[in-house]
Design a protein around this ligand. Structure first.
Ligand SMILES: Cc1cc2nc3c(=O)[nH]c(=O)nc-3n(C[C@H](O)[C@H](O)[C@H](O)COP(=O)(O)O)c2cc1C
Length: 208
């Protein structure tokens, strides 16, 4: 999908709410537009006091920026981490817009089967296939790739593997508790911090 970045001028940011609104709108665009830099983010989890970071696709952001969604294999490390400790952080960076958004929140696997079915069913066949392999992500293999290890599992017969893939699929909601946005504008750097309490945002400019 084509992507034309929305660019802002410093005088468009008069209040923390202006910067918040811009970030929120761009994050929502990033879910749908695969070329938008906010289509990807870095998800950080914690295990035994150690941080772990990896790239994931941004699958959902709600209109008030209080919840976002990612998809993952139930058997993955990140899911194990989240079950041990639900505290996560996400970082989005758009180089073309010179905009960084960081959020912190509480992650939870989507337990409603209908919702999870919907998220799985509306994923592309290629995305669904990622979950169809019998061994968990991270398992050592002799071959170079899982496709070589399991040649019978291919996009051509995704229908035969969809049920198994669905069993390994998980959608994860992150309830956002705080956000930090930094816009490196040419003339000045503008940074804000937001705290979300009872679904309402308290927003402040802070030193960049
Ligand atoms: C561009 C890109 C997008 C990715 N998107 C996802 C994703 O949406 N979900 C996911 O579980 N892994 C995704 N991955 C793979 C993860 O970065 C990671 O390698 C994998 O999930 C295993 O991580 P874990 O062992 O920490 O769970 C993506 C990787 C890249 C490079």
């Amino acid at each position: 999908m084509a992507f034309t970045p929305n660019l802002i001028q410093p005088d468009q940011i008069q209040s923390p709410q202006d910067l918040f609104n811009f970030c929120r709108d761009e994050l929502i665009i990033g879910v749908k537009k695969s070329k938008h830099p906010f289509h990807l983010c870095t998800l950080c989890t914690v295990m035994d006091g150690r941080p772990f970071a990896r790239t994931v696709v941004s699958r959902g952001v709600n209109p008030n920026l209080t919840q976002c969604r990612i998809h993952s294999d139930k058997r993955s490390q990140k899911n194990n981490h989240i079950m041990q400790s639900p505290n996560v952080a996400l970082v989005y960076y758009s180089p073309i817009q010179k905009l960084q958004v960081r959020v912190e929140g509480i992650a939870q696997m989507v337990s409603n089967t209908n919702d999870a079915d919907y998220f799985f069913d509306t994923s592309s066949p290629h995305s669904q296939l990622c979950y169809a392999f019998p061994k968990p992500p991270g398992t050592v293999i002799e071959e170079k790739t899982k496709e070589r290890r399991y040649p019978d599992i291919s996009i051509h017969d995704i229908d035969a593997h969809r049920d198994h893939a669905r069993k390994n699929f998980s959608a994860i909601f992150i309830t956002i508790q705080s956000m930090d946005a930094l816009w490196l504008s040419k003339s000045e750097h503008i940074r804000m911090h937001g705290q979300c309490i009872n679904n309402a945002w308290d927003l402040k400019f802070i030193i960049a």
